[in-house]
Design a protein around this ligand. Structure first.
Ligand code: NAP
Length: 436
């Protein structure tokens, strides 16, 4: 029997498990280990709560989780409860699929001021991640800056801009819904260091901005390149730029909406200022250099704001002893191989890019690498060994059946028109898991 441990129960973890099932058939046992008592990682706490159709992919992972040769081992922390070296003794292959859950610093003066928040923390807060449930962001301000022109920036602006009614059908957590309802928001500014042609926002997600009840997107026509230049863009970016061109047109009906979502292009953040808390973001007008990078022009101006959310990309959390590429924010690896028997998959392998589905071929890549590197399993102890080790250390892990009890309780306590009300404290999750 071949034993595989996968660390992380998000998309990369489950796609790797699925691929290993296909690769090795009945001759494999797979343990998916997660530090939280609840599975699905990014699907649960990263994907926007008003994008339920994307979250529905967790049903596919559930099929994998409930198959005989896969199990979920929740509430077990690598480095505290068990080490990578110990897992390496017990399993033929250990796959790191921990995603990229940490914020990258902006690297400018003033980023430690109260009121400057990274997107991982902010998204975690409205999605009920236990690490960020108590964040209490200062959202009762009139002006918010979101740094970055990617899909996470879009998610954040949309969540800030929506009315309470627009959250019907979402699983935004109650503390965020209540807090957002009291918002005095007037203006959200996306700060992009490059231009419209360089945006990383995809058309479907960008299009949603044009259909919000109380908010209207606004683009300065002067920032748009000549129309003919759009011909050189890839089809997706061209669609996004066409949407931006629409946002640049006068729309008397939309002008009545009380919240403006403004795109400030060619604006490079250089400092955050304020007396004890954020009051303004200082940006330098930028232009593209020959390589397409943003270069400063020397002209600076201030954008007043009471909250700055940096949505500039994520990084993987390092694990002591594993080679880590600081610049790329992921484990050093060659096609997923970190060391003999040790692999990285998904964002932990490639860095934070692509859609949920991009992780599927990643899973197959790893399954094939394991098969090529170790044609025959080495007769290791696998899950029996892990259970003995966890028992000896009094680590009370959570099974997939336990998670289903947590999930049933979340569904039972949901608001009207919400699919669930998540538990945001680990103790509450464990209480539900332990119910008879
Ligand atoms: P992203 O797509 O890489 O976008 C990051 C943005 O931050 C870019 O506009 C980048 O500008 C900007 N940026 C980076 N460093 C900066 C700095 N120091 N100062 C100013 N701006 C800076 O990352 P993301 O938005 O976090 O998304 C991560 C991945 O998840 C992406 O693949 C995204 O498509 C995916 N995602 C998908 C969905 C969805 O499909 N619904 C939702 C959320 C996320 P430059 O281009 O100039 O570097």
């Amino acid at each position: 029997m071949r034993h595989i441990a996968i660390i992380g129960s998000g998309p990369a973890g489950y796609y790797t498990a699925e691929a290993c099932q296909k690769q090795f058939g009945a001759e494999v046992r797979i343990d998916i280990i997660d530090r939280l008592p609840v599975p699905f990682g990014l699907i649960r706490t990263g994907v926007a709560p008003d994008h339920q159709s994307i979250k529905a992919v967790s049903r596919r992972y559930e099929t994998v989780a409930l198959s005989d040769n896969v199990r979920f081992v929740g509430h077990v922390t690598i480095g505290r409860d068990v080490s990578i070296a110990e897992l390496g003794e017990l399993y033929d292959a250990v796959v790191i699929a921990t995603g990229a859950p940490a914020d990258r610093p902006i690297g400018i003066a003033g980023e430690d001021l109260p009121g400057v928040i990274g997107s991982a923390a902010f998204v975690g807060w409205y999605n009920g991640h236990p690490d960020f449930a108590k964040l209490d962001p200062p959202i009762h301000v009139a002006e918010v800056v979101v740094i970055g022109n990617g899909n996470v920036a879009l998610d954040i602006a949309r969540i800030l801009a929506k009315t309470r009614e627009e959250f019907d059908g979402s699983d935004i957590v109650g503390h965020a819904l209540d807090s957002l309802a009291g918002s005095a928001l007037r203006r959200i500014t996306f700060v992009g260091r490059r231009g419209p042609h360089q945006i990383a926002m995809t058309p479907k997600e960008l299009g949603e901005l044009g259909h919000l009840a109380r908010a209207r997107p606004v683009v300065d026509p002067a920032d748009l390149p000549p129309l003919t230049a759009d011909d050189a863009l890839d089809p997706g970016t061209r669609k996004s730029v066409t949407l931006l061109r629409g946002f640049a047109k006068e729309d008397p009906a939309a002008a009545q909406k009380p919240v403006t979502v403004a795109f400030d292009f060619f604006a490079k953040p250089i400092a955050i200022e304020g007396d004890g808390k954020v009051e303004r973001l200082i940006v330098e007008r930028s232009r593209l250099d020959a390589d397409g990078n943003a270069t400063g022009t020397g002209e600076t101006y201030a954008i007043p704001c009471g909250l700055v959310i940096a949505a500039i990309g994520y990084k993987t959390t390092p694990i002591p002893g594993l080679p880590y590429d600081e610049k790329l924010g992921r484990f050093t690896n060659v096609d997923g191989r970190i060391a003999p028997g040790l692999y990285a998959c998904g964002w932990a392998r490639r860095g934070p890019s692509g859609t949920i589905g991009t992780n599927r071929p990643d899973g197959y890549l790893i399954a094939e690498a394991i098969a090529a590197d170790q044609p025959e399993p080495a007769g290791k102890a696998g899950r029996v060994g892990l259970d003995a080790l966890l028992d000896a250390r009094n680590v009370d892990h959570v099974t997939f059946r336990d998670w289903q009890k947590i999930e049933a309780a979340e569904i039972a306590r949901a608001r009207t028109d919400a699919p669930r009300e998540k538990f945001v404290a680990i103790t509450d999750m464990l209480d539900q898991a332990r119910r008879e």
